[in-house]
Ligand binder design. Structure first.
Ligand code: ADP
Length: 612
Protein backbone atom coordinates (compact mmCIF):
# COMPACT_ATOMS: atom_id res chain seq x y z
CA UNK A 1 0.00 0.00 0.00
CA UNK A 2 2.79 2.35 0.89
CA UNK A 3 4.35 1.91 -2.52
CA UNK A 4 1.29 3.42 -4.17
CA UNK A 5 1.24 6.30 -1.84
CA UNK A 6 4.88 7.13 -2.29
CA UNK A 7 4.59 6.82 -6.05
CA UNK A 8 1.66 9.20 -6.23
CA UNK A 9 3.11 11.77 -3.91
CA UNK A 10 6.40 11.65 -5.76
CA UNK A 11 4.63 12.48 -8.98
CA UNK A 12 2.99 15.51 -7.43
CA UNK A 13 6.33 16.64 -6.12
CA UNK A 14 8.01 16.52 -9.49
CA UNK A 15 5.31 18.34 -11.37
CA UNK A 16 3.87 20.86 -9.02
CA UNK A 17 6.62 22.69 -7.29
CA UNK A 18 4.50 25.69 -6.38
CA UNK A 19 1.44 24.19 -4.69
CA UNK A 20 0.44 27.45 -2.99
CA UNK A 21 0.53 30.31 -5.43
CA UNK A 22 -0.35 33.78 -4.12
CA UNK A 23 -3.47 35.59 -5.13
CA UNK A 24 -2.50 38.59 -7.24
CA UNK A 25 -4.84 41.34 -6.09
CA UNK A 26 -3.47 44.10 -8.31
CA UNK A 27 -3.84 41.96 -11.43
CA UNK A 28 -7.34 41.03 -10.33
CA UNK A 29 -8.40 44.64 -9.81
CA UNK A 30 -6.86 45.77 -13.06
CA UNK A 31 -8.94 43.15 -14.87
CA UNK A 32 -12.04 44.14 -12.95
CA UNK A 33 -11.52 47.81 -13.67
CA UNK A 34 -12.73 47.46 -17.25
CA UNK A 35 -16.19 46.54 -15.97
CA UNK A 36 -16.23 48.98 -13.09
CA UNK A 37 -19.56 50.55 -14.08
CA UNK A 38 -21.33 47.24 -14.38
CA UNK A 39 -19.79 46.23 -11.06
CA UNK A 40 -20.86 49.44 -9.33
CA UNK A 41 -24.35 48.99 -10.77
CA UNK A 42 -24.48 45.45 -9.43
CA UNK A 43 -23.24 46.54 -6.00
CA UNK A 44 -25.80 49.33 -5.79
CA UNK A 45 -28.61 47.01 -6.83
CA UNK A 46 -27.54 44.39 -4.28
CA UNK A 47 -27.41 47.08 -1.59
CA UNK A 48 -30.82 48.28 -2.72
CA UNK A 49 -32.24 44.79 -2.43
CA UNK A 50 -30.76 44.48 1.04
CA UNK A 51 -32.18 47.80 2.19
CA UNK A 52 -35.61 46.85 0.85
CA UNK A 53 -35.34 43.51 2.61
CA UNK A 54 -34.72 45.30 5.88
CA UNK A 55 -37.93 47.29 5.40
CA UNK A 56 -40.08 44.26 4.85
CA UNK A 57 -40.26 43.00 8.47
CA UNK A 58 -41.18 46.50 9.65
CA UNK A 59 -43.95 46.77 7.10
CA UNK A 60 -45.26 43.34 8.03
CA UNK A 61 -45.39 44.53 11.63
CA UNK A 62 -47.37 47.64 10.66
CA UNK A 63 -49.82 45.51 8.74
CA UNK A 64 -50.20 43.17 11.69
CA UNK A 65 -50.88 46.07 14.02
CA UNK A 66 -53.71 47.16 11.75
CA UNK A 67 -55.06 43.64 11.50
CA UNK A 68 -54.97 43.13 15.29
CA UNK A 69 -56.95 46.34 15.80
CA UNK A 70 -59.85 44.58 14.12
CA UNK A 71 -59.68 41.61 16.50
CA UNK A 72 -61.22 43.72 19.25
CA UNK A 73 -64.96 44.54 19.08
CA UNK A 74 -64.49 48.28 19.26
CA UNK A 75 -63.59 48.53 15.60
CA UNK A 76 -65.39 46.57 12.92
CA UNK A 77 -66.67 46.77 9.38
CA UNK A 78 -64.87 45.76 6.22
CA UNK A 79 -64.88 49.27 4.81
CA UNK A 80 -62.84 50.78 7.61
CA UNK A 81 -60.48 47.79 7.35
CA UNK A 82 -59.95 48.31 3.62
CA UNK A 83 -59.30 52.00 3.98
CA UNK A 84 -56.85 51.44 6.80
CA UNK A 85 -54.98 48.60 5.22
CA UNK A 86 -54.72 50.03 1.68
CA UNK A 87 -51.78 52.32 2.18
CA UNK A 88 -49.41 49.99 4.06
CA UNK A 89 -50.45 47.07 1.83
CA UNK A 90 -49.61 49.04 -1.31
CA UNK A 91 -46.35 50.13 0.23
CA UNK A 92 -45.44 46.54 0.98
CA UNK A 93 -46.39 45.54 -2.54
CA UNK A 94 -44.12 48.28 -3.89
CA UNK A 95 -41.29 46.99 -1.72
CA UNK A 96 -41.81 43.48 -3.08
CA UNK A 97 -41.72 44.88 -6.60
CA UNK A 98 -38.57 46.89 -5.93
CA UNK A 99 -36.95 43.89 -4.35
CA UNK A 100 -37.68 41.86 -7.48
CA UNK A 101 -36.33 44.60 -9.73
CA UNK A 102 -33.10 45.01 -7.73
CA UNK A 103 -32.61 41.26 -7.70
CA UNK A 104 -32.98 41.12 -11.48
CA UNK A 105 -30.54 44.01 -11.94
CA UNK A 106 -27.79 42.74 -9.65
CA UNK A 107 -27.91 39.16 -10.89
CA UNK A 108 -27.82 40.26 -14.53
CA UNK A 109 -25.07 42.82 -14.08
CA UNK A 110 -22.99 40.40 -12.05
CA UNK A 111 -23.40 37.83 -14.81
CA UNK A 112 -21.96 40.38 -17.23
CA UNK A 113 -19.05 41.22 -14.93
CA UNK A 114 -18.40 37.55 -14.11
CA UNK A 115 -18.45 36.36 -17.70
CA UNK A 116 -16.29 39.24 -18.92
CA UNK A 117 -13.84 38.48 -16.14
CA UNK A 118 -13.76 34.77 -17.02
CA UNK A 119 -13.33 35.63 -20.69
CA UNK A 120 -10.36 37.86 -19.98
CA UNK A 121 -8.80 35.39 -17.57
CA UNK A 122 -9.07 32.54 -20.06
CA UNK A 123 -7.81 34.66 -22.94
CA UNK A 124 -4.81 35.97 -21.02
CA UNK A 125 -3.94 32.67 -19.38
CA UNK A 126 -4.08 30.74 -22.66
CA UNK A 127 -2.02 33.41 -24.36
CA UNK A 128 0.54 33.26 -21.60
CA UNK A 129 0.65 29.44 -21.47
CA UNK A 130 1.15 29.23 -25.21
CA UNK A 131 4.26 31.38 -25.07
CA UNK A 132 5.91 29.62 -22.13
CA UNK A 133 9.25 27.95 -22.66
CA UNK A 134 9.33 24.29 -23.59
CA UNK A 135 10.93 23.60 -20.18
CA UNK A 136 7.76 24.91 -18.55
CA UNK A 137 5.86 22.01 -20.07
CA UNK A 138 8.46 19.56 -18.77
CA UNK A 139 7.60 20.79 -15.28
CA UNK A 140 3.81 21.08 -15.42
CA UNK A 141 1.27 18.44 -16.23
CA UNK A 142 -0.91 19.39 -19.16
CA UNK A 143 -4.05 18.21 -17.36
CA UNK A 144 -3.39 20.52 -14.44
CA UNK A 145 -2.81 23.45 -16.77
CA UNK A 146 -6.08 22.74 -18.57
CA UNK A 147 -7.81 22.63 -15.16
CA UNK A 148 -6.66 26.17 -14.55
CA UNK A 149 -8.32 27.29 -17.77
CA UNK A 150 -11.56 25.44 -17.06
CA UNK A 151 -12.56 24.49 -13.52
CA UNK A 152 -10.39 27.05 -11.74
CA UNK A 153 -11.69 29.97 -13.82
CA UNK A 154 -15.23 28.65 -13.31
CA UNK A 155 -14.84 28.33 -9.56
CA UNK A 156 -13.19 31.69 -9.23
CA UNK A 157 -15.91 33.36 -11.26
CA UNK A 158 -18.77 31.87 -9.29
CA UNK A 159 -17.27 32.60 -5.91
CA UNK A 160 -16.51 36.15 -7.00
CA UNK A 161 -20.13 36.65 -8.03
CA UNK A 162 -21.38 35.08 -4.86
CA UNK A 163 -19.12 37.16 -2.65
CA UNK A 164 -20.25 40.40 -4.22
CA UNK A 165 -23.97 39.62 -4.21
CA UNK A 166 -24.61 37.34 -1.25
CA UNK A 167 -21.80 38.68 0.88
CA UNK A 168 -22.86 42.27 0.48
CA UNK A 169 -26.52 41.53 0.87
CA UNK A 170 -26.10 39.26 3.87
CA UNK A 171 -23.86 41.71 5.71
CA UNK A 172 -26.12 44.70 5.12
CA UNK A 173 -29.23 42.70 5.99
CA UNK A 174 -27.74 41.39 9.20
CA UNK A 175 -26.63 44.82 10.33
CA UNK A 176 -29.85 46.48 9.21
CA UNK A 177 -32.05 43.91 10.91
CA UNK A 178 -30.08 44.09 14.15
CA UNK A 179 -30.68 47.84 14.10
CA UNK A 180 -34.39 47.33 13.40
CA UNK A 181 -34.58 44.84 16.25
CA UNK A 182 -33.02 47.36 18.53
CA UNK A 183 -35.44 50.08 17.43
CA UNK A 184 -38.39 47.79 17.97
CA UNK A 185 -37.35 46.60 21.39
CA UNK A 186 -33.92 47.27 22.92
CA UNK A 187 -34.63 44.93 25.83
CA UNK A 188 -35.56 41.93 23.72
CA UNK A 189 -32.63 42.60 21.37
CA UNK A 190 -30.10 42.67 24.16
CA UNK A 191 -31.28 39.30 25.45
CA UNK A 192 -31.04 37.77 21.97
CA UNK A 193 -27.67 39.31 21.17
CA UNK A 194 -26.37 38.09 24.52
CA UNK A 195 -26.52 34.45 23.49
CA UNK A 196 -24.94 35.18 20.11
CA UNK A 197 -21.22 34.90 21.07
CA UNK A 198 -21.77 31.41 22.51
CA UNK A 199 -23.41 30.33 19.30
CA UNK A 200 -20.78 31.89 17.08
CA UNK A 201 -17.90 30.30 18.95
CA UNK A 202 -19.60 26.91 19.07
CA UNK A 203 -20.57 27.09 15.42
CA UNK A 204 -17.14 28.07 14.12
CA UNK A 205 -15.32 25.42 16.13
CA UNK A 206 -17.67 22.77 14.92
CA UNK A 207 -17.46 24.14 11.37
CA UNK A 208 -13.67 23.98 11.40
CA UNK A 209 -13.82 20.39 12.58
CA UNK A 210 -16.23 19.50 9.80
CA UNK A 211 -14.01 21.16 7.21
CA UNK A 212 -11.01 19.11 8.31
CA UNK A 213 -13.09 15.96 8.15
CA UNK A 214 -14.38 16.91 4.73
CA UNK A 215 -10.86 17.49 3.45
CA UNK A 216 -9.81 14.10 4.80
CA UNK A 217 -12.77 12.49 3.09
CA UNK A 218 -11.87 14.15 -0.21
CA UNK A 219 -8.31 12.98 0.10
CA UNK A 220 -9.36 9.39 0.75
CA UNK A 221 -11.60 9.51 -2.29
CA UNK A 222 -8.87 10.80 -4.55
CA UNK A 223 -6.52 8.14 -3.24
CA UNK A 224 -8.96 5.42 -4.21
CA UNK A 225 -9.48 7.06 -7.60
CA UNK A 226 -5.75 7.05 -8.13
CA UNK A 227 -5.55 3.33 -7.37
CA UNK A 228 -8.39 2.53 -9.76
CA UNK A 229 -6.91 4.77 -12.40
CA UNK A 230 -3.52 3.17 -12.14
CA UNK A 231 -4.83 -0.38 -12.17
CA UNK A 232 -7.29 0.06 -15.03
CA UNK A 233 -4.97 2.33 -16.97
CA UNK A 234 -2.23 -0.28 -16.82
CA UNK A 235 -4.45 -3.30 -17.18
CA UNK A 236 -1.96 -5.12 -19.39
CA UNK A 237 0.74 -4.91 -16.76
CA UNK A 238 -1.68 -5.94 -14.02
CA UNK A 239 -2.89 -8.89 -16.08
CA UNK A 240 0.56 -10.03 -17.07
CA UNK A 241 1.51 -10.29 -13.40
CA UNK A 242 -1.86 -11.82 -12.44
CA UNK A 243 -2.22 -9.12 -9.81
CA UNK A 244 -5.99 -8.63 -10.10
CA UNK A 245 -6.77 -9.88 -6.60
CA UNK A 246 -4.01 -7.76 -5.09
CA UNK A 247 -5.36 -4.68 -6.88
CA UNK A 248 -8.86 -5.61 -5.69
CA UNK A 249 -7.68 -5.75 -2.10
CA UNK A 250 -5.88 -2.45 -2.41
CA UNK A 251 -8.86 -0.71 -3.93
CA UNK A 252 -11.36 -2.28 -1.53
CA UNK A 253 -9.34 -1.29 1.52
CA UNK A 254 -9.01 2.27 0.30
CA UNK A 255 -12.68 2.60 -0.64
CA UNK A 256 -13.67 1.26 2.78
CA UNK A 257 -11.42 3.77 4.47
CA UNK A 258 -12.90 6.56 2.44
CA UNK A 259 -16.45 5.37 3.23
CA UNK A 260 -15.67 5.35 6.96
CA UNK A 261 -14.29 8.86 6.88
CA UNK A 262 -17.34 10.06 4.98
CA UNK A 263 -19.65 8.37 7.49
CA UNK A 264 -17.92 10.19 10.33
CA UNK A 265 -18.39 13.39 8.36
CA UNK A 266 -22.06 12.49 7.98
CA UNK A 267 -22.47 12.09 11.77
CA UNK A 268 -20.78 15.44 12.30
CA UNK A 269 -22.99 17.22 9.79
CA UNK A 270 -26.11 15.58 11.17
CA UNK A 271 -25.32 16.58 14.72
CA UNK A 272 -24.47 20.10 13.64
CA UNK A 273 -27.71 20.49 11.71
CA UNK A 274 -29.75 18.98 14.52
CA UNK A 275 -28.31 21.29 17.17
CA UNK A 276 -28.60 24.28 14.85
CA UNK A 277 -32.29 23.51 14.34
CA UNK A 278 -32.91 23.21 18.07
CA UNK A 279 -31.15 26.50 18.63
CA UNK A 280 -32.94 28.37 15.85
CA UNK A 281 -36.34 27.12 16.91
CA UNK A 282 -35.57 28.02 20.51
CA UNK A 283 -34.77 31.50 19.33
CA UNK A 284 -38.27 31.82 17.89
CA UNK A 285 -39.82 30.37 21.02
CA UNK A 286 -37.67 32.65 23.18
CA UNK A 287 -38.75 35.70 21.20
CA UNK A 288 -42.37 34.68 21.43
CA UNK A 289 -41.99 34.11 25.15
CA UNK A 290 -40.08 37.33 25.86
CA UNK A 291 -42.18 39.30 23.38
CA UNK A 292 -45.40 37.94 24.86
CA UNK A 293 -44.20 38.99 28.27
CA UNK A 294 -43.53 42.52 27.04
CA UNK A 295 -46.91 42.62 25.30
CA UNK A 296 -48.58 41.63 28.55
CA UNK A 297 -46.86 44.54 30.29
CA UNK A 298 -47.95 46.85 27.44
CA UNK A 299 -44.37 47.51 26.43
CA UNK A 300 -44.77 45.95 22.95
CA UNK A 301 -47.48 45.69 20.34
CA UNK A 302 -48.37 42.43 18.57
CA UNK A 303 -47.19 43.83 15.21
CA UNK A 304 -43.81 44.67 16.70
CA UNK A 305 -43.44 41.09 17.78
CA UNK A 306 -44.16 39.93 14.22
CA UNK A 307 -41.57 42.42 12.90
CA UNK A 308 -39.17 41.09 15.47
CA UNK A 309 -39.72 37.46 14.48
CA UNK A 310 -39.42 38.13 10.74
CA UNK A 311 -36.28 40.21 11.28
CA UNK A 312 -34.74 37.44 13.36
CA UNK A 313 -35.45 34.99 10.59
CA UNK A 314 -33.79 37.28 8.07
CA UNK A 315 -30.73 37.53 10.29
CA UNK A 316 -30.62 33.76 10.58
CA UNK A 317 -30.81 33.33 6.82
CA UNK A 318 -28.19 36.00 6.20
CA UNK A 319 -25.80 34.48 8.70
CA UNK A 320 -26.25 31.04 7.22
CA UNK A 321 -25.41 32.52 3.82
CA UNK A 322 -22.32 34.19 5.21
CA UNK A 323 -21.03 31.00 6.75
CA UNK A 324 -21.48 29.17 3.46
CA UNK A 325 -19.83 32.08 1.73
CA UNK A 326 -16.71 31.74 3.82
CA UNK A 327 -15.94 28.37 2.25
CA UNK A 328 -16.58 29.78 -1.21
CA UNK A 329 -14.27 32.71 -0.59
CA UNK A 330 -11.44 30.44 0.53
CA UNK A 331 -11.89 28.12 -2.44
CA UNK A 332 -12.37 31.04 -4.82
CA UNK A 333 -9.16 32.67 -3.67
CA UNK A 334 -7.10 29.54 -4.15
CA UNK A 335 -8.69 28.86 -7.54
CA UNK A 336 -8.01 32.47 -8.48
CA UNK A 337 -4.43 32.19 -7.33
CA UNK A 338 -3.97 29.17 -9.59
CA UNK A 339 -5.46 31.07 -12.52
CA UNK A 340 -3.30 34.12 -11.90
CA UNK A 341 -0.08 32.22 -11.27
CA UNK A 342 1.09 31.94 -14.86
CA UNK A 343 -0.92 34.78 -16.33
CA UNK A 344 1.89 37.27 -16.22
CA UNK A 345 4.91 34.99 -16.24
CA UNK A 346 7.22 35.77 -19.09
CA UNK A 347 9.18 33.07 -20.91
CA UNK A 348 12.97 33.19 -20.98
CA UNK A 349 13.01 32.56 -24.71
CA UNK A 350 10.71 35.03 -26.46
CA UNK A 351 8.51 33.87 -29.33
CA UNK A 352 9.70 36.56 -31.67
CA UNK A 353 12.12 39.40 -32.15
CA UNK A 354 15.68 39.37 -33.43
CA UNK A 355 17.65 39.00 -36.62
CA UNK A 356 16.37 37.34 -39.76
CA UNK A 357 18.61 36.17 -42.55
CA UNK A 358 17.06 36.93 -45.96
CA UNK A 359 16.15 33.77 -47.88
CA UNK A 360 18.54 34.40 -50.78
CA UNK A 361 21.45 35.06 -48.39
CA UNK A 362 20.84 32.04 -46.17
CA UNK A 363 23.42 29.33 -46.74
CA UNK A 364 22.46 27.11 -43.84
CA UNK A 365 25.87 26.53 -42.29
CA UNK A 366 25.24 25.11 -38.84
CA UNK A 367 27.87 25.09 -36.15
CA UNK A 368 27.61 23.65 -32.66
CA UNK A 369 30.66 24.96 -30.79
CA UNK A 370 31.68 23.56 -27.39
CA UNK A 371 28.06 23.14 -26.43
CA UNK A 372 27.22 21.94 -22.94
CA UNK A 373 23.65 21.41 -21.94
CA UNK A 374 21.44 19.94 -19.28
CA UNK A 375 17.65 20.05 -19.22
CA UNK A 376 16.41 22.69 -16.75
CA UNK A 377 14.27 20.08 -15.02
CA UNK A 378 17.30 17.87 -14.34
CA UNK A 379 20.81 18.29 -13.07
CA UNK A 380 22.39 15.61 -15.22
CA UNK A 381 24.28 17.04 -18.18
CA UNK A 382 23.24 15.73 -21.59
CA UNK A 383 25.84 17.37 -23.86
CA UNK A 384 29.42 18.10 -22.83
CA UNK A 385 31.70 20.24 -25.03
CA UNK A 386 29.82 19.07 -28.04
CA UNK A 387 31.07 20.41 -31.38
CA UNK A 388 29.73 19.72 -34.86
CA UNK A 389 29.80 21.55 -38.18
CA UNK A 390 27.16 20.98 -40.81
CA UNK A 391 28.10 22.79 -44.00
CA UNK A 392 25.24 24.42 -45.93
CA UNK A 393 23.34 22.06 -48.19
CA UNK A 394 24.94 18.92 -46.73
CA UNK A 395 23.28 16.01 -44.96
CA UNK A 396 24.66 14.97 -41.61
CA UNK A 397 23.33 11.96 -39.78
CA UNK A 398 23.52 11.40 -36.06
CA UNK A 399 23.54 7.79 -35.00
CA UNK A 400 24.05 6.00 -31.71
CA UNK A 401 22.21 4.26 -28.92
CA UNK A 402 19.12 5.93 -27.57
CA UNK A 403 19.63 8.39 -24.75
CA UNK A 404 22.90 9.59 -26.23
CA UNK A 405 21.62 13.11 -26.82
CA UNK A 406 20.72 13.10 -30.52
CA UNK A 407 17.24 14.59 -30.18
CA UNK A 408 18.62 17.12 -27.75
CA UNK A 409 20.96 18.40 -30.46
CA UNK A 410 17.96 18.94 -32.73
CA UNK A 411 15.87 20.81 -30.15
CA UNK A 412 18.81 23.08 -29.36
CA UNK A 413 19.01 24.02 -33.03
CA UNK A 414 15.33 24.98 -32.90
CA UNK A 415 16.08 26.85 -29.68
CA UNK A 416 13.46 25.04 -27.64
CA UNK A 417 16.05 25.39 -24.87
CA UNK A 418 19.10 27.59 -24.52
CA UNK A 419 22.52 26.01 -24.24
CA UNK A 420 24.19 26.03 -20.83
CA UNK A 421 27.58 26.86 -22.39
CA UNK A 422 28.99 27.26 -25.89
CA UNK A 423 27.13 28.45 -28.98
CA UNK A 424 24.90 27.22 -31.74
CA UNK A 425 25.19 29.34 -34.89
CA UNK A 426 23.53 29.46 -38.29
CA UNK A 427 25.68 31.18 -40.92
CA UNK A 428 27.78 32.47 -38.05
CA UNK A 429 24.87 34.08 -36.21
CA UNK A 430 24.12 32.80 -32.70
CA UNK A 431 20.60 31.32 -32.62
CA UNK A 432 19.99 33.42 -29.52
CA UNK A 433 20.23 36.52 -31.72
CA UNK A 434 17.90 35.18 -34.38
CA UNK A 435 14.17 35.79 -34.44
CA UNK A 436 12.68 32.55 -33.05
CA UNK A 437 9.54 33.04 -35.13
CA UNK A 438 11.64 33.16 -38.28
CA UNK A 439 13.94 30.35 -37.14
CA UNK A 440 11.09 27.90 -36.41
CA UNK A 441 8.48 29.27 -38.76
CA UNK A 442 10.59 29.65 -41.89
CA UNK A 443 14.21 28.61 -41.64
CA UNK A 444 13.84 25.14 -40.16
CA UNK A 445 11.50 22.35 -41.15
CA UNK A 446 11.12 19.73 -38.43
CA UNK A 447 9.73 16.29 -39.06
CA UNK A 448 9.63 13.98 -36.08
CA UNK A 449 9.03 10.36 -35.44
CA UNK A 450 5.40 10.63 -34.45
CA UNK A 451 3.94 13.58 -36.26
CA UNK A 452 0.87 15.19 -34.75
CA UNK A 453 -1.88 16.18 -37.11
CA UNK A 454 -4.73 18.41 -36.02
CA UNK A 455 -8.40 17.47 -36.19
CA UNK A 456 -9.08 19.53 -39.28
CA UNK A 457 -8.89 19.02 -43.05
CA UNK A 458 -5.81 17.71 -44.84
CA UNK A 459 -5.59 21.07 -46.60
CA UNK A 460 -5.47 22.99 -43.33
CA UNK A 461 -3.04 20.53 -41.79
CA UNK A 462 -0.54 21.15 -44.57
CA UNK A 463 -1.22 24.88 -44.56
CA UNK A 464 -0.28 24.88 -40.87
CA UNK A 465 3.32 25.14 -42.08
CA UNK A 466 2.59 28.42 -43.86
CA UNK A 467 -0.75 30.06 -43.10
CA UNK A 468 -0.55 32.32 -46.15
CA UNK A 469 -0.12 29.45 -48.59
CA UNK A 470 -2.57 29.13 -51.49
CA UNK A 471 -4.37 25.87 -52.26
CA UNK A 472 -2.01 25.43 -55.19
CA UNK A 473 1.04 25.72 -52.90
CA UNK A 474 -0.46 23.11 -50.58
CA UNK A 475 -0.95 20.73 -53.50
CA UNK A 476 2.61 21.31 -54.72
CA UNK A 477 3.98 20.53 -51.27
CA UNK A 478 1.84 17.39 -51.09
CA UNK A 479 3.15 16.26 -54.48
CA UNK A 480 6.72 16.78 -53.35
CA UNK A 481 5.98 14.70 -50.25
CA UNK A 482 4.48 11.82 -52.31
CA UNK A 483 1.16 12.53 -50.61
CA UNK A 484 -0.91 13.97 -53.44
CA UNK A 485 -2.00 10.62 -54.84
CA UNK A 486 -3.39 9.12 -51.66
CA UNK A 487 -5.01 12.41 -50.64
CA UNK A 488 -6.92 12.70 -53.91
CA UNK A 489 -7.89 9.07 -53.38
CA UNK A 490 -9.98 10.06 -50.33
CA UNK A 491 -13.65 10.70 -51.19
CA UNK A 492 -13.33 14.30 -50.04
CA UNK A 493 -9.77 14.78 -51.22
CA UNK A 494 -7.99 17.67 -49.55
CA UNK A 495 -11.12 18.50 -47.56
CA UNK A 496 -10.98 15.18 -45.73
CA UNK A 497 -11.13 15.85 -41.99
CA UNK A 498 -8.56 13.97 -39.93
CA UNK A 499 -8.46 12.72 -36.38
CA UNK A 500 -11.35 12.74 -33.99
CA UNK A 501 -14.45 11.47 -35.75
CA UNK A 502 -12.61 12.10 -38.99
CA UNK A 503 -10.75 9.72 -41.23
CA UNK A 504 -7.89 7.83 -39.70
CA UNK A 505 -4.83 7.68 -41.88
CA UNK A 506 -2.02 5.16 -41.78
CA UNK A 507 1.32 5.94 -40.18
CA UNK A 508 3.00 6.36 -43.55
CA UNK A 509 0.29 8.68 -44.82
CA UNK A 510 0.45 10.74 -41.67
CA UNK A 511 4.17 11.00 -42.06
CA UNK A 512 3.87 12.24 -45.64
CA UNK A 513 1.27 14.86 -44.71
CA UNK A 514 3.70 15.99 -42.02
CA UNK A 515 6.49 16.16 -44.58
CA UNK A 516 4.30 18.30 -46.84
CA UNK A 517 3.52 20.54 -43.88
CA UNK A 518 7.23 21.03 -43.19
CA UNK A 519 8.06 21.52 -46.87
CA UNK A 520 5.48 24.19 -47.55
CA UNK A 521 7.64 26.68 -45.67
CA UNK A 522 10.42 25.86 -48.10
CA UNK A 523 12.88 25.64 -45.22
CA UNK A 524 16.61 25.93 -45.86
CA UNK A 525 17.30 23.58 -42.98
CA UNK A 526 15.57 20.26 -42.37
CA UNK A 527 15.62 18.19 -39.22
CA UNK A 528 14.42 14.63 -39.52
CA UNK A 529 14.08 12.98 -36.13
CA UNK A 530 13.91 9.23 -36.72
CA UNK A 531 11.37 10.05 -39.32
CA UNK A 532 10.88 6.51 -40.57
CA UNK A 533 11.40 4.31 -37.57
CA UNK A 534 7.73 3.78 -36.70
CA UNK A 535 6.78 2.47 -40.14
CA UNK A 536 6.55 -0.91 -41.81
CA UNK A 537 8.98 -1.64 -44.61
CA UNK A 538 6.67 -0.68 -47.49
CA UNK A 539 5.58 2.65 -45.98
CA UNK A 540 9.13 3.33 -44.99
CA UNK A 541 10.22 2.93 -48.59
CA UNK A 542 7.63 5.43 -49.85
CA UNK A 543 8.38 7.92 -47.09
CA UNK A 544 12.11 7.50 -47.66
CA UNK A 545 11.64 8.22 -51.37
CA UNK A 546 9.82 11.42 -50.50
CA UNK A 547 12.53 12.39 -48.05
CA UNK A 548 15.33 11.68 -50.54
CA UNK A 549 13.65 14.12 -52.89
CA UNK A 550 13.14 16.88 -50.36
CA UNK A 551 16.54 16.94 -48.70
CA UNK A 552 18.21 18.03 -51.94
CA UNK A 553 19.61 21.53 -51.69
CA UNK A 554 18.87 21.86 -47.96
CA UNK A 555 21.07 21.56 -44.93
CA UNK A 556 19.76 18.42 -43.30
CA UNK A 557 20.24 16.95 -39.87
CA UNK A 558 19.00 13.37 -39.69
CA UNK A 559 18.60 11.58 -36.42
CA UNK A 560 18.79 8.05 -37.64
CA UNK A 561 17.48 4.93 -36.07
CA UNK A 562 18.01 2.55 -38.93
CA UNK A 563 21.54 2.87 -40.18
CA UNK A 564 20.54 1.65 -43.61
CA UNK A 565 18.74 4.92 -44.29
CA UNK A 566 21.78 7.14 -43.87
CA UNK A 567 24.39 5.32 -45.88
CA UNK A 568 24.52 8.17 -48.39
CA UNK A 569 24.89 10.91 -45.80
CA UNK A 570 27.72 13.35 -46.38
CA UNK A 571 28.79 12.80 -42.81
CA UNK A 572 27.78 10.37 -40.11
CA UNK A 573 28.44 11.23 -36.48
CA UNK A 574 28.24 8.57 -33.81
CA UNK A 575 26.89 10.22 -30.66
CA UNK A 576 27.23 8.68 -27.24
CA UNK A 577 26.86 10.22 -23.79
CA UNK A 578 26.57 13.70 -25.27
CA UNK A 579 29.74 13.52 -27.35
CA UNK A 580 30.77 12.67 -30.87
CA UNK A 581 32.79 9.48 -30.66
CA UNK A 582 33.39 9.05 -34.37
CA UNK A 583 32.70 11.01 -37.48
CA UNK A 584 33.13 10.24 -41.17
CA UNK A 585 31.39 8.77 -44.20
CA UNK A 586 29.76 5.36 -44.18
CA UNK A 587 32.77 3.86 -45.98
CA UNK A 588 35.44 5.47 -43.82
CA UNK A 589 33.66 4.59 -40.60
CA UNK A 590 33.05 1.05 -41.68
CA UNK A 591 36.68 0.61 -42.56
CA UNK A 592 37.92 1.94 -39.24
CA UNK A 593 35.89 -0.78 -37.48
CA UNK A 594 34.99 1.37 -34.51
CA UNK A 595 31.66 2.11 -32.84
CA UNK A 596 29.79 2.62 -36.11
CA UNK A 597 30.91 -0.74 -37.33
CA UNK A 598 29.74 -2.33 -34.11
CA UNK A 599 26.37 -0.61 -34.44
CA UNK A 600 25.99 -1.97 -37.97
CA UNK A 601 26.82 -5.49 -36.84
CA UNK A 602 24.36 -5.23 -33.99
CA UNK A 603 21.58 -3.96 -36.18
CA UNK A 604 22.16 -6.56 -38.86
CA UNK A 605 21.93 -9.21 -36.21
CA UNK A 606 18.65 -7.77 -34.89
CA UNK A 607 17.18 -7.51 -38.37
CA UNK A 608 18.21 -11.09 -39.02
CA UNK A 609 16.38 -12.23 -35.91
CA UNK A 610 13.34 -10.12 -36.78
CA UNK A 611 13.07 -11.55 -40.27
CA UNK A 612 13.25 -15.14 -39.01
P1 ADP B 1 18.57 10.33 -28.10
O1 ADP B 1 17.87 11.22 -29.05
O2 ADP B 1 19.97 10.04 -28.48
O3 ADP B 1 17.81 9.09 -27.76
P2 ADP B 1 17.87 12.34 -26.15
O4 ADP B 1 18.47 13.60 -26.64
O5 ADP B 1 16.45 12.09 -26.40
O6 ADP B 1 18.74 11.13 -26.73
O7 ADP B 1 18.11 12.20 -24.58
C1 ADP B 1 19.32 12.49 -23.95
C2 ADP B 1 19.11 12.53 -22.44
O8 ADP B 1 18.30 13.64 -22.08
C3 ADP B 1 18.41 11.30 -21.89
O9 ADP B 1 19.00 10.97 -20.66
C4 ADP B 1 16.99 11.78 -21.66
O10 ADP B 1 16.41 11.09 -20.57
C5 ADP B 1 17.18 13.24 -21.33
N1 ADP B 1 16.01 14.03 -21.77
C6 ADP B 1 15.48 14.08 -23.00
N2 ADP B 1 14.44 14.95 -23.06
C7 ADP B 1 14.32 15.47 -21.82
C8 ADP B 1 13.44 16.45 -21.21
N3 ADP B 1 12.49 17.06 -21.92
N4 ADP B 1 13.62 16.73 -19.92
C9 ADP B 1 14.59 16.13 -19.19
N5 ADP B 1 15.44 15.23 -19.70
C10 ADP B 1 15.33 14.88 -20.99
Amino acid sequence: KSSYRSRLSHEEEVFDKTPNPKFKWSLFFSLLWEDIFYLLGAILAALGAAVVNIQIPLMLGDLTNIVTKFTSDALSGSETFLSEIRKPALKLLTLYGLQGLFTFVYISLLAVVGENLAYRLRKMLFHSLLEQDVEFFDKHKIGKLIDRLTTDVQEFKSSFKMTVSQGLKATVQTLGCVISLYLISPKLTLIMVGVLPIVIIGGTTWGAMLRTLSRDAQEEISKSTAIADEALGNIRTVRSFAMESKENQLYEAQVLKSANTSIRLGYGIGMFQGLANVFLNSLVLGSLFGGGWLISTQELKAGDLISFLVAIQMIERSMAQMSLLLGHVVRGLSAGARVFEFMDSKPLIPLQGGKRIPYHALIGDIHFKDVSFHYPSREQSVLRDFSLKIPGGKLVALVGLSGGGKSTIAVLLERFYDVTAGTVTIDGVDVRELDPAWLRGQAIGFINQEPVLFATSVMENIRYGKPTATDQEVIEAAKLANAHDFITGFPKGYNTVLGERGVTVSGGQKQRIAIARALIKNPSILILDEATSALDAESERIVQEALDKVVKGRTTLVIAHRLSTVRDADLIAVVSKGRIMEIGTHESLRRSKGLYWELIKKQELEEDIESK
